[in-house]
Design a protein around this ligand. Structure first.
Ligand code: ATP
Ligand code: LTN
Length: 326
């Protein structure tokens, strides 16, 4: 069985983009793959975090994993900082990555704003991500499109080490969906939907109530043409909404165009509200059941033990191939 690894940061507001781009794949893969899903808290501290809030967000993401359908009987679910191998391997990879290649990462450029005071962790973030993946001899990494560059870097580092030393790592492939891989912000369809955007109506969080979902969708930016047609370049707003509709309702884009011929954005948006509300209702319900349960803690503890056992094998091989330790 091929091994799958992915992670989500516990930074709050898990949104429809995270779900359609990444989490949906997590569930799809778990029947015929060995899946490992991580809550990457050490990635979250690349920007300042309140410790109490971070703790809560870790449990929020864990509960959301389960609420969307990740099954702990089939998949390993755990918290990154509970397995020391991530930090350990990250240092070894840091010594085998180039400042030049890290300087080219667009996420770093976007988040550091060219500031002298940007945390070094923000710069080396993609190396920690590579460590997450390589630690588990991962074959497949299901993520949204925005992570393509980071996956490429992970492959480059793995190949570089494999080619200059004994073969140490499995070289992973990213898995990106065709539809839903890049959900855009509702208030500005030129930007990706993001957890950190200030305007709460730019995103639909998985735990939003129906009134908030309605407000965000009815306010969503479209265009003045008033025709429901998929055209990302000229009509990014309505195309983004059509994308969400298509994936959640399982209706092809061409069919949506036909169904809404002669109708306006108002009609389309009203229907989309219903589709989104119905899709998220069972997720919210399951989340409420599990979020404050002892079961959740037990699942994470058990996940950490199982993840650690796999990671120790990789670290033993890495130490041997690099001549580290006794
Ligand atoms: P931020 O939005 O604050 O930049 P993030 O949501 O990108 O954070 P993560 O929580 O680490 O950061 O992302 C989890 C997963 O969701 C990743 O696989 C990422 O590619 C995917 N993802 C994030 N935003 C989108 C989006 N707008 N559309 C599709 N997938 C997305
Ligand atoms: N950088 C990712 C989160 C992440 C991740 C990973 C994804 C950290 N480590 C390992 C897949 C595999 C992001 O979405 N921002």
């Amino acid at each position: 069985m091929k091994r799958v690894f992915s992670g989500v940061q516990p930074t709050g507001n898990i949104h429809l983009g995270n779900y359609l781009g990444a989490l949906r794949q997590f569930v799809e893969l778990q029947d015929d793959h060995e899946c490992i899903y991580c809550i990457v808290d050490m990635h979250a501290i690349t920007v300042p975090q309140d410790p109490k809030v971070l703790k809560e967000h870790i449990l929020d993401v864990a509960a959301l994993y389960l609420a969307v359908g990740v099954d702990p009987k089939k998949s390993i679910v755990f918290v990154q900082s509970d397995v020391p191998g991530h930090a350990e391997l990250s240092w070894v990879l840091t010594c085998n990555s180039y400042t030049g290649e890290l300087s080219r990462m667009t996420q770093f450029k976007a988040k550091s704003h060219n500031k002298e005071s940007a945390p070094t962790g923000l710069f080396t973030y993609p190396v920690l991500m590579a460590a997450d993946i390589l630690l588990y001899a991962t074959d497949i990494v299901p993520v949204g499109n925005d992570q393509k560059q980071h996956i490429e870097l992970c492959r480059d580092i793995a190949n570089r080490i494999n080619n200059t030393r004994k073969k140490t790592f499995v070289v992973p492939d990213g898995r990106f969906l065709k539809e839903g891989a890049r959900i855009m912000a509702l208030d500005d369809p030129t930007q990706k939907m993001s957890k950190s955007a200030e305007n709460i109506h730019s995103r639909i969080s998985l735990l939003d109530d129906p009134a908030k979902i309605k407000k965000s969708i009815m306010k969503a930016t479209t265009d003045s043409e008033g025709v429901i047609r998929f055209d990302v370049e000229n009509k990014p707003g309505i195309s983004n909404l059509m994308n969400i509709y298509s994936v959640l309702a399982g209706v092809p884009l061409e069919q949506i165009e036909k169904d809404y011929e002669g109708k306006g954005y108002g009609d389309f948006k009203k229907d989309l509200v219903e589709i989104v509300v119905n899709a998220l209702a069972p997720i919210r319900e399951r989340y409420e059941e599990i979020r404050h349960s002892d079961e959740l803690i037990e699942i994470l503890k058990d996940g950490a033990v199982r993840a650690n056992a796999i990671s120790e094998k990789t670290m033993a091989r890495v130490k041997k191939n690099f001549g580290l330790g006794l």
